[in-house]
Design a protein around this ligand. Sequence first.
Ligand code: SF4
Ligand code: SF4
Length: 386
Amino acid sequence: MNSVISMKCSHYDVSLVRERLEEALQQLGGIEKFMKPGSKVFLKVNLLTGKKPEEAVTTHPVVVEALAGLLVEAGMQVIIGDSPAGPFLPGRMKQIYGLTGMKSAAEKAGAILNENMNVVKAVHPEALRLKEFEYLEAVQQADHVISLCKMKTHSMTLMTGAVKNLFGTMPGLTKAALHFRFSNIEDFSHAMIDICEYTKPVLSVMDGIEAMEGAGPSAGDVIRRNVLLVSPDPYQLDVIACRWMGIDPDQVPLVRVAAGRQLFIGGKEPIDWQGAEPDVERDRPFKTPLIHEPDFLKRYHSFPLLGNVAETFSNRYLRPQPRVLEASCVGCRECYVICPADAIDMKQERPSFDLQKCIRCFCCQEICPEKAIVIHQSAFLKLFHP
Ligand code: SF4
Ligand code: SF4
């Protein structure tokens, strides 16, 4: 059985969230169906960067506390962790755990925060792109992993949910390097799915009470959807999350690639979905970033000369572009450090982008603490957007 359970939940009250999660887990057969008491469980939360819970960038600590509490009471040893964007270092993690509310959530639930910074090599011969990769030892050592993600739009992958959340099982800046290695969205989606297939989360839970729309995953706006989603299947959960966000799942590259790899047990449609449904009258669709480059110029890219012209035109007018809001930038250089394509130069303490080198991964926007990087969409791009 691979059901997705959706539970209405209107606010971040720990008793309410706990009650809803417990009910969802009961409908799926109870926690004991997925793990035995005494198991070591890694709760892979989304801690993209050090933001306060109300900014909806990270998994809300009340949801973390409620789920961790249920697991601890069922006899599990619970470790809460993630490898955020940027360097994976003890001091930085301590700061992020404090800012995002994870420290207090772990204390109240009787869980522990991951302090193991060791990295191991994951070997995954069945993978289609990532047969070997760096991986967090703490995740490797767990008996089970739960993907405890946040409902958000994403400037590169359109939406981020249970599958993309597992990218944070790779340490620090290796994630940015992976963007460079798989700069094509199809390849990148395969790589994300390889990580998901290697991790094999026993459960996925999405915090969609407050979500993010627009320039996600870190620079968008908060939008309420008042829902918690729970499923043993991360792929199906992401499809149902799309419904709640008002996004066509077929527009999401990760969903398309997962469907092509036949990872939806019983097919992508219809999904066995139980519980609350979005109110399409009341809940308008999320504002989404434009992630598509129109295809018609791509066919010229392989031609000499014409290819260069097409690519230059495409880079300038048909692909989304990172731009800096000079007044907001504080010159911290975090964007410069994370850029995997060496496409950023710091000029007078402000980033300057080389659009020919830029692979449109938008790691720079993700990591910017000041929301000083915006994704510019030309009138041409908007014209050709599907
Ligand atoms: S990360 Fe943001 S604030 Fe820091 S230098 Fe880059 S644009 Fe400026
Ligand atoms: S400039 Fe930004 S979007 Fe472009 S490659 Fe660098 S980090 Fe990615």
